[in-house]
Design a protein around this ligand. Sequence first.
Ligand SMILES: N#Cc1c(N)ncnc1-c1cnn(CCN2CCOCC2)c1
Length: 298
Amino acid sequence: MAALLESDCPALELIARGKVRDLYNVDADTLLFVATDRVSAFDVVMKNGIPGKGKILTQLSVFWFRLLADVMPSHLITSNMDEMPASVQQYRDQLEGRCLLVRRLKVIQVEAIVRGYITGSGWAEYKQKGTVSDISLPAGLQECEQLAAPLFTPSTKAEIGEHDENIHPDQVKKMIGTELAEKLSQAAVNLYTKAAEYARARGIIIADTKFEFGLDEHGVLTVADEVLTPDSSRFWPADQYAPGRGQDSFDKQFLRNYLVDSGFDKKTSIELPDDVIRDTLAKYVDAYVRITGEQPTL
Ligand SMILES: N#Cc1c(N)ncnc1-c1cnn(CCN2CCOCC2)c1
């Protein structure tokens, strides 16, 4: 199976090409997310992709949208090509299994990050200031330690190529109003808490995740984008977890180890060898099977 590195849907208006996903306008009320097989590490997109990655992560997002539907509504309309408009179906060969038709929302320009463990940029800030997103935390926490409770630690939505900036939750209140900000942070924590408990019972720690939200035509807060994939979250193997050190990534450790061992400069895109592609795909399949209990459709 060849990897899809870039979608090509000339009849649809391309809105954005993110690191690994493309976003199209379909009509006044709907958009189309296309999950390519692109893979990034250390913020660099590799020259070749992981064949099947986009389909697996699309199916994982759909699983979580359905499991979490009782927590709050999502923008998902369908991932079933037969239920999509003809303007999308004409690209069936290219898009089958790797696209989501979603409702157009008024997107809230906040990266709604929830952390269950202290790591990454949160750990860096904590070591410097004893805070994460300017929220004071207890002294003496270890790297990758589980927090007493999941923490909403928002950030700005940086321009492409820039890094998001951690902001205090009060900043979100100033941006969107106190009532909506409190609804959004509670929704993010509720979604994360249910998903993290579900995944932990199946051998995967979701250490942190990023949600995007919007308002639908009735002003209802709605979860958007993708949810709880290894691209939007940190997945750790639970059986190897120990606080006090960095954790292997459930899905990208083979890739990271290869890059570090080959002297990767963390700037220049490179071609991944077949064994790294094979082993990385196997980890995406493993994560999908553990969480959903089913084999992904490739
Ligand atoms: N979701 C959603 C959504 C929606 N349901 N309605 C209206 N607009 C959006 C929307 C527009 N841009 N983004 C950022 C998505 N990026 C794209 C590239 O990849 C990274 C993420 C979201």
